[in-house]
Design a protein around this ligand. Structure first.
Ligand code: AMP
Ligand code: TRP
Length: 330
């Protein structure tokens, strides 16, 4: 049994399909085998301008989305990051072993700060990967299930863990990324060159997990396709390959089998089939999600219990860490 840790930012009311396929789907499966910590990383949401009312609403709804996706709060520790103060404390210690060079190389930082003068780039955005390293190391996490966009942050996390262990003695396991072979990067429906992303202002880019059936059908109908008409996954067909990856992930069927089913039938038929598969898949999520939000007392109970369990594990680690780095009297 390994210790698994992962997190999701509460930057929208519900996750999108890419979050589910690239991350949550793996989280749900890992709970059967491992000790899992799943965290709504609200502190990470502060790295870009935020609205306090929206943030608190979205933190709750992100937790509800995880439960609706199949996270079982009895088996897994489900909690809000800001309710375990050790995250911020360990972040400071790790800040002091991280380097400007490595943080400056992060492509996510470069992307998000592109076009902004150095003078006014938020420091939080720059420090983001250190907070993320602290999240995992705080629970001495060994396995980190994430989508492909987090690969580089995971590498940095490993470097920080190794440096800390070298300088202060073996303290943290060096965590491994757990990135699915298929579906780790779901692309936008309106442009397969860019990943499906929550911050998008283009409504046809993504499918929200609570999109009603008519919206799902419309978005799939409008999804861009490639030239030609054959339903085949290949590098020169990025749009159809992406739709096939989605179809495969939500139906649990291999891509080759789906290609076989739509051989000689064209994009129109394929899109209709995909829309129905998605509608059937999203329906139980939507119902469960609304049910959970309808019972705020129960959700609070779950989050309270999660924070208490997380705190216990976090305090145990911090006790050792403080001692190792000399923050003690003797
Ligand atoms: P975030 O919403 O950025 O906190 O992401 C939560 C999880 O979803 C992370 O593990 C991401 O790597 C994953 N994720 C986000 N967008 C996508 C995408 N388009 N395809 C696959 N995984 C994704
Ligand atoms: N940075 C991750 C994202 O944008 C979210 C995250 C924060 C995370 N802390 C983490 C993921 C720790 C895995 C482990 O998706």
């Amino acid at each position: 049994m390994a210790r698994v840790f992962s997190g999701v930012k509460p930057t929208a009311d519900v996750p999108h399909l890419g979050n589910y396929i690239g991350a949550f789907r793996q989280w749900v499966a890992l709970q059967d085998l491992h000790q899992c910590f799943f965290c709504v990383v609200d502190l990470h949401s502060l790295t870009v301008p935020w609205d306090p009312e929206k943030l608190s609403r979205r933190s709750r709804s992100a937790a509800a989305s995880l439960i609706a996706s199949g996270i079982d709060p009895e088996r897994s520790v489900l909690f809000l990051q800001s309710e375990v103060q050790e995250h911020t404390e360990l972040t400071w210690f790790l800040t002091c072993v991280s380097r400007m060079g490595e943080l400056s190389r992060m492509t996510q930082f470069k992307d998000k700060s592109r076009g902004t003068e150095n003078e006014s780039i938020g420091t939080g955005l720059y420090m983001y990967p250190v907070l993320m390293a602290a999240d995992v190391l705080l629970y001495r996490g060994e396995l980190v299930p994430v989508g492909d966009d987090q690969r580089q942050h995971l590498e940095l996390m490993r470097d920080i863990a190794e440096r800390f262990n070298r300088d202060f003695g073996d303290t943290f396991p060096v965590p491994d990324a757990y990135i699915p072979a298929e579906g780790a990067r779901i692309m936008g429906l309106d442009d397969p060159a860019f990943k499906m992303a929550k911050t998008t202002e283009r409504p046809n880019n993504l499918i929200w997990m609570n999109d009603p059936p008519e919206v799902v059908r419309k978005k799939i109908k409008r999804a861009v396709t490639d030239s030609g008409g054959e339903v085949l996954a290949s590098p020169d067909k990025p749009a159809i390959s992406n739709l096939l990856a989605i179809y495969s992930a939500v139906s649990g069927r291999p891509v080759a089998e789906i290609e076989g089913e739509y051989q000689g039938r064209g994009y129109g038929d394929f899109k209709k089939g995909l829309a129905e598969v998605l509608v059937d898949f999203l329906d139980p999520f939507r119902r469960r999600y609304l049910e959970i939000l309808d019972d705020p007392a129960q959700l609070d109970k779950i989050l309270d219990a999660g924070a208490a369990r997380a705190r216990e594990a976090a305090q145990e680690t911090m006790h050792i860490v403080r001692d190792r780095i000399g923050l003690r009297r003797h």
